[in-house]
Design a protein around this ligand. Structure first.
Ligand code: FPP
Length: 248
């Protein structure tokens, strides 16, 4: 178990961290390895980060593993990623369960390989009551798609007369998102020097602090995470308000 570094304030840790794990391909290329080697190493990095979050008392981690746009990658790479997700779930489930990890998935899972869907359902069911950390993996996820789906569901409620148009508010929409009833991320980390959201949790990250680093995802180790948390703890989160000391 890794202890929280003494210069991090345990009272001011993000409760929910989201990660865009970018740079696996470049990491592999720079070593003369195939891109899939980067994904394999990236998965190890994610496992370490999950453990670190748990050890340091962070209650939720959400990882963007596969976007709705990632289907445009070469077929071999997509097939490998699907197989990697399935194998990892199969191999790591019992350990994660023992460590108190609750696993969830967000995204349109219905088009994923059936055997992967089965592993996903099993891991969600088995870990449902775990409390140590909530680990959410976004697979075939796209935020615009999620919001559009939510709008359609709200429209159906109105059409059926279960809700009037005037009653549609933020909380009604929120209830139709994949993330209904889960707290919003406090901190987003994106690796590899890219500075965009790429259709990830657009609604949920309205007030999330962003941290971008040039480090490639497979190299994003505990030290790098510690740096991200140090930066987070220096931020002044006002959520659109004026700081108490300035408001008089
Ligand atoms: C982005 O790097 C990475 C991905 C699209 C795949 C991420 C998946 C993993 C790390 C495996 C995680 C496993 C589980 C079970 C969640 P890239 O390929 O876009 O890299 P590049 O920008 O250098 O090409």
């Amino acid at each position: 178990m890794t202890k929280l570094p003494p210069d991090l304030n345990p009272q001011n840790l993000p409760q929910h961290v989201a990660v865009i794990m970018d740079g696996n391909g470049r990491w592999a290329n720079s070593r003369g390895l195939p891109r899939i080697a980067g994904h394999r190493q990236g998965a190890r990095t994610l496992k370490e980060l999950l453990r670190c979050c748990k050890d340091w008392g962070i209650k939720a981690l959400t990882a963007y593993a596969f976007s709705t746009e990632n289907w445009r990658r070469p077929v071999d790479e997509v097939d490998f990623l699907m197989l990697l997700f399935e194998r990892l779930l199969h191999r790591e489930l019992s350990e994660m369960h023992q460590e108190g990890v609750r696993i969830s998935f967000i995204g349109d899972l219905s088009v994923l390989p059936k055997s992967l869907q089965t592993e996903m359902e099993r891991s969600v069911k088995e870990t449902l009551n775990n409390q140590a950390i909530h680990f959410t993996v976004a697979v075939n996820y796209g935020s615009r798609n999620e919001i559009t789906k939510a709008c359609r569901q709200v429209a159906e409620l109105v059409q059926r007369g279960e809700l009037s148009a005037e009653e549609v508010n933020e909380s009604v929409v929120e209830k139709q998102l994949y993330t209904a009833d889960t707290p919003e991320p406090d901190l987003l980390i994106r690796t590899s020097g890219e500075m965009r959201l790429s259709n990830f949790l657009l609604w949920q990250m309205a007030y999330t602090e962003m941290y971008f680093t040039d480090i490639l995802w497979p190299d994003f180790d505990t030290e790098a995470f510690y740096q991200a948390l140090l930066s987070y703890q220096k931020r002044d989160r006002r959520f659109g308000q004026v700081k108490a000391s300035l408001s008089a």
